[in-house]
Design a protein around this ligand. Structure first.
Ligand code: SAH
Length: 234
Protein backbone atom coordinates (compact mmCIF):
# COMPACT_ATOMS: atom_id res chain seq x y z
CA UNK A 1 0.00 0.00 0.00
CA UNK A 2 2.72 2.41 1.06
CA UNK A 3 4.67 1.63 -2.10
CA UNK A 4 1.61 2.22 -4.25
CA UNK A 5 0.90 5.52 -2.52
CA UNK A 6 4.45 6.73 -3.18
CA UNK A 7 4.25 5.70 -6.84
CA UNK A 8 1.04 7.72 -7.05
CA UNK A 9 2.76 10.74 -5.48
CA UNK A 10 5.70 10.52 -7.91
CA UNK A 11 3.31 10.35 -10.83
CA UNK A 12 1.45 13.42 -9.57
CA UNK A 13 4.76 15.31 -9.23
CA UNK A 14 5.78 14.22 -12.75
CA UNK A 15 2.45 15.40 -14.15
CA UNK A 16 2.81 18.75 -12.41
CA UNK A 17 6.30 19.17 -13.85
CA UNK A 18 5.19 18.22 -17.34
CA UNK A 19 2.51 20.88 -17.08
CA UNK A 20 5.12 23.44 -15.92
CA UNK A 21 7.42 22.47 -18.79
CA UNK A 22 4.58 22.81 -21.29
CA UNK A 23 3.90 26.31 -19.93
CA UNK A 24 7.61 27.14 -20.10
CA UNK A 25 7.66 26.10 -23.77
CA UNK A 26 4.58 28.23 -24.54
CA UNK A 27 6.39 31.16 -22.96
CA UNK A 28 9.51 30.49 -25.06
CA UNK A 29 7.43 30.31 -28.24
CA UNK A 30 5.65 33.57 -27.34
CA UNK A 31 8.95 35.40 -26.70
CA UNK A 32 10.31 33.98 -29.94
CA UNK A 33 7.29 35.19 -31.91
CA UNK A 34 7.52 38.66 -30.39
CA UNK A 35 11.30 39.05 -30.22
CA UNK A 36 11.72 39.84 -33.90
CA UNK A 37 15.33 38.67 -33.72
CA UNK A 38 16.96 40.16 -36.83
CA UNK A 39 18.51 37.79 -39.36
CA UNK A 40 16.05 35.03 -38.50
CA UNK A 41 13.49 33.99 -41.03
CA UNK A 42 11.66 31.41 -38.90
CA UNK A 43 10.82 30.70 -35.29
CA UNK A 44 12.39 28.09 -33.01
CA UNK A 45 11.91 24.70 -34.68
CA UNK A 46 9.12 22.46 -33.32
CA UNK A 47 11.69 19.68 -32.78
CA UNK A 48 13.67 21.93 -30.41
CA UNK A 49 10.55 22.97 -28.50
CA UNK A 50 9.53 19.33 -28.17
CA UNK A 51 12.90 18.45 -26.58
CA UNK A 52 12.54 21.41 -24.19
CA UNK A 53 9.19 19.93 -23.19
CA UNK A 54 10.89 16.61 -22.31
CA UNK A 55 14.18 17.40 -20.57
CA UNK A 56 13.64 17.64 -16.78
CA UNK A 57 15.33 20.99 -16.00
CA UNK A 58 14.55 20.52 -12.29
CA UNK A 59 17.08 17.65 -12.24
CA UNK A 60 19.83 20.08 -13.28
CA UNK A 61 19.45 22.69 -10.52
CA UNK A 62 20.32 22.59 -6.80
CA UNK A 63 17.46 21.66 -4.42
CA UNK A 64 16.65 25.24 -3.30
CA UNK A 65 16.19 26.24 -6.96
CA UNK A 66 13.89 23.34 -7.90
CA UNK A 67 10.65 25.30 -7.34
CA UNK A 68 11.96 27.83 -9.91
CA UNK A 69 13.23 25.28 -12.44
CA UNK A 70 10.55 26.05 -15.03
CA UNK A 71 10.71 29.83 -14.79
CA UNK A 72 12.19 31.38 -17.89
CA UNK A 73 15.33 32.76 -16.25
CA UNK A 74 18.90 31.72 -15.43
CA UNK A 75 19.39 30.12 -12.00
CA UNK A 76 22.49 29.79 -9.78
CA UNK A 77 24.18 26.35 -9.86
CA UNK A 78 27.04 27.09 -7.44
CA UNK A 79 30.67 28.18 -7.98
CA UNK A 80 29.35 31.56 -9.20
CA UNK A 81 27.90 29.93 -12.34
CA UNK A 82 24.40 29.75 -13.77
CA UNK A 83 22.20 27.46 -15.85
CA UNK A 84 21.13 29.58 -18.84
CA UNK A 85 17.66 30.98 -19.38
CA UNK A 86 15.45 28.38 -21.14
CA UNK A 87 14.63 30.77 -24.01
CA UNK A 88 18.35 31.26 -24.68
CA UNK A 89 18.98 27.49 -24.55
CA UNK A 90 16.18 26.99 -27.09
CA UNK A 91 17.42 29.81 -29.33
CA UNK A 92 21.07 28.64 -29.29
CA UNK A 93 19.99 25.06 -29.98
CA UNK A 94 17.78 26.20 -32.84
CA UNK A 95 20.55 28.32 -34.40
CA UNK A 96 22.81 25.24 -34.54
CA UNK A 97 20.27 23.37 -36.75
CA UNK A 98 21.43 20.04 -35.34
CA UNK A 99 20.71 16.97 -37.49
CA UNK A 100 20.34 13.42 -36.13
CA UNK A 101 23.77 12.28 -37.35
CA UNK A 102 25.63 15.33 -36.00
CA UNK A 103 28.52 15.49 -33.60
CA UNK A 104 28.32 18.57 -31.36
CA UNK A 105 30.88 20.22 -29.08
CA UNK A 106 29.77 22.31 -26.11
CA UNK A 107 32.10 24.58 -24.13
CA UNK A 108 30.83 25.25 -20.58
CA UNK A 109 29.00 22.15 -19.31
CA UNK A 110 27.75 23.94 -16.19
CA UNK A 111 24.76 21.90 -15.01
CA UNK A 112 24.72 19.67 -18.12
CA UNK A 113 21.25 20.91 -19.17
CA UNK A 114 22.21 22.31 -22.58
CA UNK A 115 24.20 19.13 -23.30
CA UNK A 116 21.14 17.01 -22.42
CA UNK A 117 18.95 19.08 -24.75
CA UNK A 118 21.47 18.79 -27.61
CA UNK A 119 21.87 15.06 -27.08
CA UNK A 120 18.20 14.51 -27.96
CA UNK A 121 18.82 16.01 -31.41
CA UNK A 122 22.38 14.87 -32.24
CA UNK A 123 24.32 11.61 -32.53
CA UNK A 124 26.98 12.65 -30.01
CA UNK A 125 27.65 15.58 -27.71
CA UNK A 126 31.10 16.36 -26.29
CA UNK A 127 31.11 18.88 -23.47
CA UNK A 128 33.95 20.55 -21.54
CA UNK A 129 33.82 22.33 -18.18
CA UNK A 130 36.72 24.19 -16.59
CA UNK A 131 35.50 24.05 -12.93
CA UNK A 132 36.27 20.49 -11.86
CA UNK A 133 33.53 19.90 -9.23
CA UNK A 134 30.86 21.31 -11.57
CA UNK A 135 32.09 19.18 -14.46
CA UNK A 136 32.19 16.01 -12.37
CA UNK A 137 28.74 16.64 -10.93
CA UNK A 138 27.26 17.29 -14.37
CA UNK A 139 28.86 14.10 -15.77
CA UNK A 140 27.43 12.03 -12.90
CA UNK A 141 24.03 13.62 -13.39
CA UNK A 142 23.99 12.99 -17.15
CA UNK A 143 24.92 9.36 -16.51
CA UNK A 144 22.27 8.92 -13.83
CA UNK A 145 19.63 10.41 -16.13
CA UNK A 146 20.84 8.07 -18.93
CA UNK A 147 21.93 10.76 -21.42
CA UNK A 148 24.34 8.25 -22.94
CA UNK A 149 25.21 10.22 -26.06
CA UNK A 150 27.03 12.83 -23.94
CA UNK A 151 30.77 12.55 -23.21
CA UNK A 152 32.25 15.07 -20.77
CA UNK A 153 35.62 16.22 -19.61
CA UNK A 154 37.17 18.81 -17.34
CA UNK A 155 39.50 21.24 -19.07
CA UNK A 156 39.85 24.60 -20.81
CA UNK A 157 37.34 24.60 -23.64
CA UNK A 158 39.10 27.47 -25.42
CA UNK A 159 41.23 24.79 -27.07
CA UNK A 160 38.27 22.57 -27.98
CA UNK A 161 38.46 18.77 -27.93
CA UNK A 162 40.77 17.76 -30.77
CA UNK A 163 40.32 14.03 -30.36
CA UNK A 164 36.70 14.05 -31.60
CA UNK A 165 37.02 16.94 -34.09
CA UNK A 166 35.74 18.06 -36.53
CA UNK A 167 32.25 18.95 -35.29
CA UNK A 168 29.08 19.73 -37.21
CA UNK A 169 28.13 22.25 -34.55
CA UNK A 170 29.86 24.01 -31.64
CA UNK A 171 28.14 25.94 -28.87
CA UNK A 172 29.96 28.08 -26.33
CA UNK A 173 27.91 28.93 -23.23
CA UNK A 174 30.32 31.47 -21.67
CA UNK A 175 31.23 34.85 -23.15
CA UNK A 176 34.60 35.10 -24.89
CA UNK A 177 36.47 38.26 -25.91
CA UNK A 178 36.89 36.75 -29.39
CA UNK A 179 36.00 33.59 -31.27
CA UNK A 180 38.69 31.06 -30.25
CA UNK A 181 40.70 30.06 -33.36
CA UNK A 182 41.01 26.40 -32.18
CA UNK A 183 37.21 26.16 -32.24
CA UNK A 184 37.05 27.53 -35.78
CA UNK A 185 39.62 24.92 -36.81
CA UNK A 186 37.56 22.14 -35.18
CA UNK A 187 34.36 23.14 -37.00
CA UNK A 188 33.49 21.10 -40.12
CA UNK A 189 33.11 22.92 -43.43
CA UNK A 190 29.36 23.58 -43.58
CA UNK A 191 29.29 23.66 -39.75
CA UNK A 192 27.81 26.24 -37.40
CA UNK A 193 29.00 27.73 -34.13
CA UNK A 194 26.98 29.82 -31.67
CA UNK A 195 29.00 31.88 -29.21
CA UNK A 196 28.47 34.95 -27.02
CA UNK A 197 31.27 37.46 -27.58
CA UNK A 198 32.02 40.60 -25.56
CA UNK A 199 33.43 41.75 -22.23
CA UNK A 200 31.85 40.95 -18.86
CA UNK A 201 29.40 43.70 -17.75
CA UNK A 202 29.56 45.27 -21.24
CA UNK A 203 27.34 44.38 -24.14
CA UNK A 204 27.86 40.87 -25.37
CA UNK A 205 26.38 39.62 -28.62
CA UNK A 206 25.32 36.14 -29.49
CA UNK A 207 27.14 35.36 -32.75
CA UNK A 208 26.35 32.75 -35.35
CA UNK A 209 29.60 31.71 -37.02
CA UNK A 210 29.26 29.67 -40.21
CA UNK A 211 32.05 27.84 -41.99
CA UNK A 212 31.12 27.42 -45.64
CA UNK A 213 31.94 24.23 -47.58
CA UNK A 214 35.00 26.01 -49.06
CA UNK A 215 36.25 26.80 -45.54
CA UNK A 216 35.54 30.54 -45.49
CA UNK A 217 34.03 31.86 -42.27
CA UNK A 218 31.18 34.36 -41.87
CA UNK A 219 29.72 35.83 -38.70
CA UNK A 220 26.29 37.26 -37.89
CA UNK A 221 25.18 39.09 -34.74
CA UNK A 222 21.96 37.59 -33.43
CA UNK A 223 21.07 39.50 -30.26
CA UNK A 224 22.53 41.14 -27.15
CA UNK A 225 22.96 38.67 -24.26
CA UNK A 226 24.54 38.37 -20.83
CA UNK A 227 26.72 35.33 -20.05
CA UNK A 228 29.33 34.49 -17.42
CA UNK A 229 32.86 34.95 -18.84
CA UNK A 230 34.90 32.28 -20.59
CA UNK A 231 37.88 31.97 -18.25
CA UNK A 232 41.26 30.27 -18.64
CA UNK A 233 44.86 31.08 -19.43
CA UNK A 234 44.51 31.68 -23.16
N1 SAH B 1 25.64 25.20 -20.54
C1 SAH B 1 25.44 25.37 -19.12
C2 SAH B 1 25.52 26.84 -18.72
C3 SAH B 1 26.84 27.05 -18.19
S1 SAH B 1 27.34 28.64 -17.64
C4 SAH B 1 24.16 24.75 -18.64
O1 SAH B 1 23.36 24.29 -19.47
O2 SAH B 1 23.96 24.67 -17.43
C5 SAH B 1 28.95 28.61 -18.38
C6 SAH B 1 29.91 27.58 -17.90
O3 SAH B 1 31.11 27.76 -18.63
C7 SAH B 1 30.29 27.68 -16.42
O4 SAH B 1 30.03 26.48 -15.77
C8 SAH B 1 31.78 27.99 -16.47
O5 SAH B 1 32.52 27.41 -15.40
C9 SAH B 1 32.19 27.39 -17.79
N2 SAH B 1 33.44 27.90 -18.37
C10 SAH B 1 33.96 29.15 -18.28
N3 SAH B 1 35.12 29.21 -18.95
C11 SAH B 1 35.36 27.97 -19.47
C12 SAH B 1 36.40 27.41 -20.26
N4 SAH B 1 37.46 28.12 -20.65
N5 SAH B 1 36.29 26.10 -20.62
C13 SAH B 1 35.23 25.35 -20.22
N6 SAH B 1 34.21 25.83 -19.47
C14 SAH B 1 34.28 27.13 -19.11
Amino acid sequence: MAAMASVGLCRAADDARLKQRTEMVSEIAAIDAGAGVPNRSHGIAPGVLSVMRQVPRHEFVPDPQKPHAYENRPLPIGHGQTISQPYIVALMTDLLRVQPGDSVLEIGTGSGYQAAVLSQLARAVYTIEIIEPLGRQACDRLQRLAYRQVACKVGDGYYGWDEHAPYDAIVVTAAASHVPPPLIRQLKPGGRMVIPVGAQFLTQYLLLVEKSPDGSVSTRQILPVRFVPLVGKH
